[in-house]
Ligand binder design. Sequence first.
Ligand code: SF4
Ligand code: SF4
Length: 278
Amino acid sequence: MYGTGLAKGLMLTLRHFIDSFVDDLRYGLRKYSHATDNFGLRQGTAAKGVVTVQYPDEKVAVPERFRFVPFLIVEDEDHPSRSGKDWCTSCGICAKVCPPQCIWIVRGNDPDTGRPVPEPEAFFIDIDICMNCGYCAEYCPFDAIKMDHDYELASYDRTSHHIHDKEKLSKPASYWRDIAPTRAYEEMLVRGTWEHKDAAKEARRGSAGGGSSSRAQETRAEAAPAPVAAAAETAPSAPAASASAEGATPWSEDDAKREERRRKALERKAKRAARSGG
Ligand code: SF4
Ligand code: SF4
């Protein structure tokens, strides 16, 4: 019959409307209590009625995969050997893949030799142009750029507040582990360590030579937050795996065969060159 759907929709709206008042009465003043999780419950899927969030006094918790503007990861202040160091190697991949081209990077140079060093001297993101797509974070091979949860960035001054420089973009690795523990853990599994790839390499070299880097690595594992530390226990240990690989024969049978093929190919090439020359 015509109009049935319309009547059903209106009834649903009316039910939510009434439920809102019933729910308000049920919670009473407890709604404003910070001692309980009433606010969280009323924002959950089990909530009834329509709830008005009294923003900015109340804020709805964002999901872990929520993304706003990007930020750069730097080592925690208490890192034993790389305190405050950038994870970014200024490879430029994020700037290349950014669809609206809102990332600018200036690669650093060694002041003595003038040679490029793997860290950015300057890094800018125009957050008014950024469309929060997350490509930069997806493509970064060093897990150095991440999407932030902080969405309260409105201001009247576009130049100083909406073009984020390196100082504004940089946040410690522990911040990323706090806002996205699951993602951080998954990334750690792929990397094989909680550390930056370069730090892990140093640690492997250190452990091979019995140096201090491996001890730094252990310290970091101990310093990780509880849920993260628990995860670390089950994670594969890249330094250990690598150490065993280093202990294996470096010159395998496959390598020998490959070298033999290469030698024969070079011989054939030399003969061809001699024939054409003669
Ligand atoms: S989130 Fe997207 S638009 Fe924003 S800086 Fe990253 S790649 Fe560019
Ligand atoms: S892709 Fe990652 S490492 Fe490369 S410049 Fe961007 S943030 Fe830095």
